[in-house]
Design a protein around this ligand. Structure first.
Ligand code: ATP
Length: 483
């Protein structure tokens, strides 16, 4: 049941899902490339998210903003002053760790040992110290809890220091009067600065949302756990603009909506949980994570945050442009103050973490018996809507006109579904290969096909085969892959 992370990583590499970046040069830490199967899975996830957000909500529209933004953006958002991670170095191993992660791991250990009170006390204390930026206190806590360096095993720690996570670069030639700009650490700000553009040109009425998918960059110091924490990653964020005072209602609506979405794409409900934040970010008045049970424990996949009017107010101040909304409905209700800065509830999910969750959840090893022998069958149990390849068309032999018939079927399906044609090796080997990349349907073309235009369709999960007319294939696959 609990596959190890190393099995997941090697399967992802071996079958063309995820490769280390620039691997021929021994890779680049915390940067990864998606291969021929991975890009299909990732695109399917992104498309489903996009469709659920924009197409299924009449009041949510999308944009695609630039990675580079005016430097004042990051002053306004608070990222220049407070987008930091508290880091601590071990003097013996010379390794650097995130202080909060060390403490969280200790708390998880307490929990595993059944000391739930101790665990929550520790987390609350950490939240208090970090919130008040009492970095010496954080160090004292690490020493008091006897937290050891995983490498050297010693408790010889330096002081705790804050590191900014933004990557910076220069625009224009460096010799000129150039100014520092940043690679965006989140996509949200591209939405905030465009809030009035979209509202006015789209004639949007509060409550409404703006969705975006795009790259974000963070100079994560501790890069671990495969594509869980990357330096270059993709976010899918939706900022929902609401009337002040209604934000908790919308926060709860989106919290509920998003967890249901994860369940709908095939993640078992008992692998998901909510986790309320002990420590709220400077911009939030409520925040919750949706966590998934990864091989390394329950960890955040998506955050739902009530960001108040913090961002828009900040941008209004620094840009000196009014970012208010005129609420005609309020006027009609006879209430004063029709002009206001909306409050924001956001949903923020990482496409890469979603990918990892989907992959871990789909990775299945089962014992099967074939004749007298038992063996382990490994397959990827993706929801058909997410599977990189929907169907494989397999002629039983390479002769007797079977390849021609199979090609005909392939050509009839390939425009609507990602389909592959494969005639090499035994049919059993071909089934296995499709299992390993998670193809839900294998369509075998045999001699009977030539007589009555029927084929067998093998189901990936049950391994059962049904015979059906070629004319029914399209609607059969279509029904399964539609979400
Ligand atoms: P963490 O505490 O794990 O660093 P965060 O709370 O900083 O995450 P947010 O700023 O809320 O994360 O970002 C929203 C989402 O973006 C996260 O839920 C996650 O899915 C994704 N994300 C954030 N940082 C990374 C990263 N370094 N690599 C991959 N995905 C990330």
């Amino acid at each position: 049941e609990n596959a190890q992370l190393k099995d997941i990583i090697s399967h992802a590499k071996e079958y063309g899902f995820v490769f280390p970046s620039s691997e021929i040069y021994d890779g680049l830490q915390a940067v990864y490339d998606y291969g021929q199967m991975g890009v299909e899975l990732k695109n399917n996830l992104k498309n489903l998210w996009w469709k659920s957000m924009t197409q299924l909500h009449q009041n949510v529209v999308g944009i695609d903003a630039s990675i580079f933004m005016h430097p004042l953006t990051w002053k306004a958002s608070g990222h220049i002053d407070s987008f930091n991670d508290p880091m601590i170095d071990n003097k013996d191993s010379k390794k650097r760790y995130r202080a909060d992660v060390l403490i969280e791991e200790k708390a998880a250990q307490y929990e595993a040992d059944g000391h739930y009170d101790k665990a929550s006390e520790l987390l609350v204390e950490m939240g208090r110290l970090l919130g008040a930026e009492e970095l010496d206190g954080v160090r004292e806590l690490i020493i008091k809890e006897d937290i050891k360096c995983p490498i050297s095993g010693t408790t010889n720690w330096t002081e705790v220091r804050q590191f900014n996570l933004m990557f910076s670069t220069q625009v224009g030639s460096v010799a000129e009067d150039s100014s520092t700009i940043y690679l965006r650490p989140e996509t949200a700000q591209g939405i905030f600065v465009n809030f009035l553009n979209v509202q006015k040109t789209g004639r949007m009425k509060v409550p409404f949302g703006i969705a975006q998918i795009g790259k974000a960059f963070r100079n994560e110091i501790v890069a671990r756990q495969f594509i869980f924490r990357m330096r270059e990653f993709e976010q899918m964020e939706m900022q929902f603009f609401v009337r002040p005072g209604t934000e908790m209602e919308w926060y709860n609506t989106w919290k509920d909506n998003r967890k249901k979405w994860h369940e709908a794409i095939g993640i078992p409900a008992d692998s998901l949980r909510y986790h309320d934040h002990e420590k709220l970010a400077h911009y939030a008045n409520a925040a919750v994570d949706i966590e998934f049970k990864f091989p390394f424990g329950f960890k955040e996949v998506e955050g739902i945050h009530s960001r108040t009017d913090f961002d828009l107010t900040q941008h209004q101040e620094l840009s000196r442009k009014k970012l208010q909304y005129f609420d005609n409905d309020l006027n009609e209700e006879g209430k004063p103050y029709g002009n206001y800065i909306p409050y924001v509830v956001e949903t923020s999910v990482g496409a890469d973490r979603l990918f990892l969750m989907t992959f871990c959840s789909a990775y299945t090893e089962e014992e099967i018996t074939e004749g007298d022998a038992t063996k382990t069958r490994t397959f990827l149990k993706f929801h058909p809507a997410l599977a990189p390849v929907k169907a494989a068309i397999l002629p039983l032999t390479k002769k007797d006109g079977l390849p021609e018939k199979a090609t005909e079927i392939f050509n009839a399906l390939r425009y609507d579904f990602n389909t592959i044609y494969e005639e090499r090796d035994s049919i059993g080997k071909r089934y296995t290969r499709q299992d390993l990349i998670g193809t839900p349907f294998c369509i075998a073309v045999d001699h009977q096909t030539l007589e009555d235009n029927t084929v067998t369709v093998r189901d990936r999960d049950s391994r059962e085969q049904v015979r059906m007319p070629i004319s029914e294939l399209h609607s059969y696959i279509d029904k399964a892959v539609n979400f």
